[in-house]
Design a protein around this ligand. Structure first.
Ligand code: ADP
Length: 496
């Protein structure tokens, strides 16, 4: 099989899609000669076959990254690293139309939303390009006999394992800070959505990154992903995905070379609406909070708590709003919600909907598949949901939410914090005191006030509790891709 193929999308016409493994700035086949197909979730048909990395290819990619790290990259002046990143951001913008179409084709996300992802990916890479020459150590005074300073040094070879819900954006969140700090990378895309990560290969080369600095492989979690997390020459693994797999990655790191681990995992985020909220604003953000990206967001606001004074009115208006979300072909202009990413996800979500019905929750709207072809699911709202129901406790990762009523602020905080997860949360109120008190009390890495899902590359993002370890984005992410070296000089001739 060749290393690229001409594909066609409704918004771009024909384009050339790389399908090989990108190692050492070259396109290669996997050692075992295996390939796998990526499926179009809109029509359930194969788009193209890509080359599959197995353990042997992970070894080759890690060696390439190690060689690059020990070579010129590590000592390259930081401005030059920054220039590679800003050039890459320019190239993402130049190829935005194609990258947007790839995301809609491979993941099923609405074209308008995919365009936002691509724009944010360019923004994130540019942002970290700006950080590259601002990573500084400190001078630390201890006593008059010594002079001490710290340096922030790169960690080395980083394995990065990304999910399928924001393929290019997660790529950018991982690559940006890793490069700014001077690491080298082997990144594995999700097997459901390998195409945009591969498209980036040629852009990496054009941006001037030396061979081996960024290696991109396609492959399965249990094979290539597991090989990265257990690899003895990978110094750090960064993972975004399910909590179940996050645990396996930590175990693999612990059982191999104790590589550093950062995890961005699941969520079951509370979205709390007080009586005094501007109800139309709150409904619009609650709707966006759960149905954006078809509910396939780790931070989705899937537990909606509404204060009793406005509960009935809220449910009626929210139903009306959600019923107006246009579900359909991601390439159509007015589409808000496309298909779920895969048959497996479709089946999982439909399973949760069945469970909700069996547990006695009330289906306010939705609850069925949408159409006959593709992995489409109707926006689904459950009410009468109690805290012990599975649909209130477990991450569904689809267009399904649960609404419940609360009485007091204390109740809202208590139920908001019941989850084992702690990724995100939101408060809707016009009272500043309530906003501050509740946002301080919620145990989550992000609290949105009168909005939802408003991520920005300058704002740290990550989980409390079982939602993860470490932070992505912002200055905080640099701490996960660098390590502190202390240098201490003895002044004068004092002997010990
Ligand atoms: P989902 O269940 O939503 O598909 P996963 O957490 O399984 O999410 O997948 C996220 C990423 O983790 C993907 O790139 C996948 O290939 C990878 N992955 C899955 N299983 C493992 C594993 N055992 N070790 C390492 N990576 C894995």
């Amino acid at each position: 099989m060749s290393l690229s193929q001409t594909l066609e999308t409704p918004s771009t016409g024909k384009y050339e899609q790389p399908t090989g493994l990108f190692i050492n700035n070259e396109w290669v086949k996997g050692v075992d000669g295996k390939t796998f197909e990526t499926i179009n979730p809109t029509n359930e048909k194969p788009i193209v076959a890509v080359h599959e990395a197995t353990e042997k290819d992970v070894d080759i990619a890690v060696s390439a990254a190690r060689k690059a790290f020990e070579g010129e990259w590590r000592t390259l002046d930081p401005q030059s690293r920054g220039r590679c990143l800003t050039k890459l951001a320019d190239l993402i913008e130049k190829h935005a139309k194609t990258l947007t179409a790839i995301e809609s084709l491979d993941n099923g996300k609405a074209l308008s939303m995919a365009a936002v992802d691509v724009n944010n990916a360019a923004g994130c890479i540019r942002y970290y390009g700006g950080w590259a020459d601002k990573i500084e150590g400190k001078i630390i005074e201890t006593n008059s006999d010594s002079f001490n300073w710290t340096r922030q040094e790169p960690i080395g070879v980083c394995g990065q394992i990304i999910p399928w819900n924001f393929p290019l954006l997660m790529w950018a969140w991982k690559i940006g800070p890793a490069m700014a700090c001077g690491n080298c990378v082997v990144l594995k895309s999700a097997e459901q959505t390998p195409l945009s990560a591969l498209y980036m290969g040629n852009l990496i080369k054009e941006a001037g990154f030396p061979p081996g600095v960024i290696n991109i492989i396609s492959g399965f979690g249990k094979i290539a992903g597991a090989a990265i997390s257990a690899h003895m020459d990978v110094d750090k693994v960064a993972f975004t995905g399910s909590t179940v797999v996050g645990r396996q990655i930590m175990k693999a790191a612990a059982g191999s070379n104790l590589k550093k681990v950062t995890l961005e995992l699941g969520g079951k985020s509370p979205n709390i609406v007080f009586n005094d909220a501007n109800i139309d604003n709150a409904i619009s953000w609650v709707n966006f909070g759960i149905f954006f990206n078809h509910g396939q967001c780790c931070c989705a606001g899937s537990r909606i708590y509404v204060q009793e004074g406005i509960y009935d009115k809220f449910v009626e208006k929210f139903k009306e709003r959600a019923q107006n979300n246009v579900v359909g072909d991601p390439f159509k202009e007015d589409t808000f919600q496309g298909p779920q990413v895969s048959q497996l996800q479709f089946d999982r979500i439909m399973g949760y909907i069945d469970t909700g019905k069996k547990e006695g929750a009330k289906v306010e709207i939705g609850g069925e598949r949408h159409g006959k072809e593709g992995y489409f699911i109707q926006p689904t709202i459950f009410s009468n949901v109690s805290e012990d129901m599975k649909i209130m406790q477990e991450e569904i990762f689809g267009p399904v939410c649960s609404i419940a009523k609360f009485k007091t602020e204390e109740d809202a905080i208590r139920v908001g914090n019941t989850s084992t997860y702690g990724l995100a949360s939101a408060v809707h109120t016009t009272n500043l005191n309530t906003a501050i008190r509740v946002s301080n009390a919620l145990r989550a890495g992000t609290v949105w006030v009168n909005q939802y899902n408003m991520l920005h590359h300058a704002l740290p993002f990550g989980g409390y509790k079982e939602s993860g370890i470490g932070r992505e984005l912002g200055e905080a992410a640099l701490a996960n891709y660098s390590q502190t070296k202390t240098v201490s000089i003895r002044l004068g001739d004092a002997l010990f």
